[in-house]
Write a new protein. Structure first.
Length: 318
């Protein structure tokens, strides 16, 4: 747990629980405010001091919450998601819970979040308002998804070219993997977009009209992300369909060739089968040139059938 007390132009940093958090109420300076960054397990210890609603504390303990915003009598409660750095494996997002009121802001998370650490360090130096901190937290949570989608987009371009030029099984497996990851991203982005929209249209503590302009920009970013996710999902589906079409066309081409070869050799097999029955009265059996004659007839049939099918293929193409 760590905290920053803001009083006037001063910012006092605590590496542990701030003064008064263990009692019935927290001691906040008359003209000041406080930002507390805590682990999810530490929120129950702060609940009494800041009069946090039990439902919000319960939601904070459950790390499978959808992005949302709830309003209570004493404070507001936001659940946001921050995308983890993606290295091509399964997509993961860290839940960030935010309790906020006029004079306090409490952030809660299970694992360290680098973007939050950066905002905390900046707050030591420039002494922003709690509303500005809230905006920066929401902006960082939304922007964390851009690198993930950029990497997915780069991979899609590579696999799209591979599948259209030379279909391989590995590329198809990767495409289905990316489709599953896009579904995971979508499940986070859509409710987070709705949550940000709710913030821009409600009257909330810390959120004045000036700050709403910045939050509308964050909402626009979330809209872009949601649209980009849908675009990539459509691209995956179209690439899979293109792959299936290419495979089907190549299979049809192979079947056409096999059918043509079978048809060409059918009369040759018939002739060979008839003369292979070893009857005495077959035409040309006792002739000196009978063998060469049969081979000549078979060669003529082979040439005729081959040219027939080749001309048939050309006529179909044109």
């Amino acid at each position: 747990m760590r905290a920053i007390f803001f009083a006037g132009e001063k910012a006092e940093v605590f590496s542990g629980p701030p003064p008064g958090c263990g009692g019935e109420t927290v001691e906040i300076p008359a003209e000041g405010c406080v930002w507390i960054d805590a682990n999810s397990d530490e929120i129950p210890h702060l609940a009494r001091a800041f009069n946090l609603h039990s439902l919000a504390v319960e939601d904070c303990a459950d790390l499978e919450q959808r992005p949302k915003i709830d309003e209570y009598e004493e404070h507001g409660f936001i659940v946001a998601n921050v995308a983890r750095e993606w290295s091509g494996k399964r997509f993961r997002a860290e839940e960030l819970d935010i309790f906020f009121a006029d004079r306090f802001l409490i952030t809660s998370h299970r694992s360290p979040i680098s973007a939050l650490d950066k905002i905390f360090d900046e707050a030591r130096e420039c002494r922003p308002s709690l509303g500005q901190i809230l905006y920066k937290l929401l902006d960082a949570s939304v922007d964390s998804f851009f690198p993930v989608l950029d990497e997915i987009g780069d991979k899609l371009e590579v696999y799209d070219e591979q599948i259209l030029s030379r279909p391989v099984r590995r590329a198809m497996d990767e495409l289905f993997f990316l489709k599953r990851q896009l579904l995971r991203v979508r499940k986070v982005l859509l409710p987070q977009r709705d949550m940000l929209h709710s913030i821009t249209v409600r009257d909330l503590p810390l959120v004045d009209e000036k700050l709403k302009r910045y939050l509308i920009d964050v909402y626009d970013h979330s809209m872009r992300l949601a649209e980009l996710t849908e675009t990539y999902r459509d691209l995956v589906s179209s690439t899979v369909e293109a792959h299936l079409s290419v495979v089907a066309n190549r299979t049809n081409e192979a079947m056409r060739v096999l059918a043509a070869v079978s048809t060409i050799f059918l009369p040759l097999s018939l002739i060979a089968g008839i003369y292979g029955m070893n009857f005495e009265n077959l035409p040309g059996v006792h002739s000196r040139y009978g063998y060469l004659g049969i081979l000549t007839v078979m060669a003529v049939i082979l040439v005729f059938m081959t040219r027939f099918f080749r001309n048939k293929e050309l006529s179909l193409i044109h």
